[in-house]
Design a protein around this ligand. Sequence first.
Ligand SMILES: *[C@@H]1O[C@H](CO)[C@@H](O)[C@H](O)[C@H]1NC(C)=O
Ligand SMILES: *[C@@H]1O[C@H](CO)[C@@H](O)[C@H](O)[C@H]1NC(C)=O
Ligand SMILES: *[C@@H]1O[C@H](CO)[C@@H](O)[C@H](O)[C@H]1NC(C)=O
Ligand SMILES: *[C@@H]1O[C@H](CO)[C@@H](O)[C@H](O)[C@H]1NC(C)=O
Ligand SMILES: *[C@@H]1O[C@H](CO)[C@@H](O)[C@H](O)[C@H]1NC(C)=O
Length: 372
Amino acid sequence: MLLSFLLNILLLFAKADGEQLWEPKNSQISVHNESALVIVNQMRFRDLKTGYMLGQFGLMHVVNSMPECAAACMDTDGCVNWAFSDGNQCHTYTFALRTRPRTTYWGFWGRTFEIKNPCTESLNLCEHGSICSPDRNTKTYQCINCPPPYTGKHCNETTELIAPTVLHDDILSGRNKSCRTLWYHFDIPNAWISYFTHPWNDERKIKIRCYRYTSMITTVMNDNQPVTDLTADHLVDGLDLTVPNFRAMTSFMQAYEKLVQFDTLVFQCYRQNMTNINLKSVYFHLSILNYFINATNTRPKFASEWLLTVDNKPWNGATSDGFISNSNVDVEERFYKNLFKASDGLEITFSDNLGKCLSIEDDWHSYTVLIQ
Ligand SMILES: *[C@@H]1O[C@H](CO)[C@@H](O)[C@H](O)[C@H]1NC(C)=O
Ligand SMILES: *[C@@H]1O[C@H](CO)[C@@H](O)[C@H](O)[C@H]1NC(C)=O
Ligand SMILES: *[C@@H]1O[C@H](CO)[C@@H](O)[C@H](O)[C@H]1NC(C)=O
Ligand SMILES: *[C@@H]1O[C@H](CO)[C@@H](O)[C@H](O)[C@H]1NC(C)=O
Ligand SMILES: *[C@@H]1O[C@H](CO)[C@@H](O)[C@H](O)[C@H]1NC(C)=O
């Protein structure tokens, strides 16, 4: 009797032996002189090491092991990425997680893998900071988020005259794109240190302070020194974000978010007596980010979407109307003016030479905006 069964063998880290991209490779192996026919179904994946996405964006599968999760991806129409966590949770996605970094929680305990495709084979296929997005159904890829002046299939064509340069592999492959990628690739320390980042994956650079994956995007001191307002125009040729007293305005943040895809905002001020007030958006509440980068005019709720702490202790007050910010504020000033107003009247606002750090006017020391 001929016994036929299917066996999925997964080669997770196999060495290149004639590239097999996009789809599983089948081979039939006869054992016991044709008394049994084994069909070996193998597929190659790239280990992404970290990165995990909430289930709501993918399909959930019930599995008992990591290979079963890989098999689920092999068998799911169009699956490109899969994520597995210790709790035997398996999620498969029809898009590469990197293409939606704002909904990806880096550093989570899960493991993620991407099917081998042209994007995983050539890390600089999409140039100048554009993101390689594979489509398994059509076996093609696109370079999304291509910044000007570049265009073309690989985001490497331009009519502007740009002198040829020899770029380091770190820059080309995006390892030094942002604080987050520096932290991910170089394990940078828990201290505020200045780095040169290359968000465009080319020679243009931004000098910026990072504390692990956190970037300082605004810092204003109560010292009567001039303050530079940064708008989208400042973000064309690279700049220095470590000089004293600069504020990133909304248009700047919108352009910067497009380049490096952050998802968490932290507004932080110190009082003269060094009491620290911290207003932080909670992970995955993209409504907050969308409001502040002017992707929507809907003001974010305060309760459950924000964490307000005073000297690291949760502050349990309420806002006067349940929302953050004030709809009358000019869009460009959303990060600064009437940021927060508690029902007892205490405010966080830094605009028009007026500073309030949940306390009386002018009793503030510094104001910073951080992104993660
Ligand atoms: C398989 O078949 C070959 C010849 O067809 C024979 O020489 C061999 O002994 C067989 N082996 C087994 C394990 O039955
Ligand atoms: C753009 O990138 C593609 C793919 O890597 C390459 O074949 C092509 O030569 C590049 N074009 C330019 C103008 O560099
Ligand atoms: C990328 O960043 C790391 C960590 O700071 C640094 O050691 C390396 O020199 C940088 N690479 C380039 C090309 O700047
Ligand atoms: C905010 O978004 C609106 C609608 O897209 C746009 O008209 C306006 O110019 C934007 N303002 C800023 C400061 O980005
Ligand atoms: C710091 O000053 C604020 C008022 O400006 C006050 O409420 C708070 O208790 C002070 N903190 C300390 C530690 O003195």
